[in-house]
Design a protein. Structure first.
Length: 112
């Protein structure tokens, strides 16, 4: 049990680190809060809530993974490197695609 509690502590530390270091993560959390508030005002059905939570999690998890990969790349190769740059660009594209998909999904569940 002690190990489990410690694991949650490290996970919370990780979230705090991403929150502190990543402006985009804070923006995405703010948009998620707006979405949740909007869901309350729209009177979302349970299925809509599930969908909203999943698309929010999808974007936030992408940002967390992106941060981890970027930090690892910076540790492995602190100098400018074409391969590292490609990895970082691909990770940024992952977050962008997830954010666009979330925006489209959000429009669908809020408008229709």
């Amino acid at each position: 049990m002690k190990g489990l509690i410690k694991s949650f502590g490290w996970a919370m530390h990780g979230l705090a680190t991403v929150w502190k270091e990543e402006r985009n993560f804070r923006i995405e959390v703010a948009l998620a809060v707006v979405g949740v508030i909007g869901g309350f005002f729209r009177g979302f059905a349970p299925g809509q809530w599930v969908f909203l939570v999943l698309i929010i999690a999808f974007v936030l998890m992408g940002e967390i993974v992106n941060t981890a990969v970027e930090d690892l790349c910076n540790k492995v190769e602190p100098n400018r490197d074409l391969a590292i740059g490609k990895i970082k660009d691909v990770m940024a594209a992952y977050v962008l695609v997830s954010a666009i998909a979330a925006a489209i999904a959000g429009i669908i569940i809020f408008v229709f």
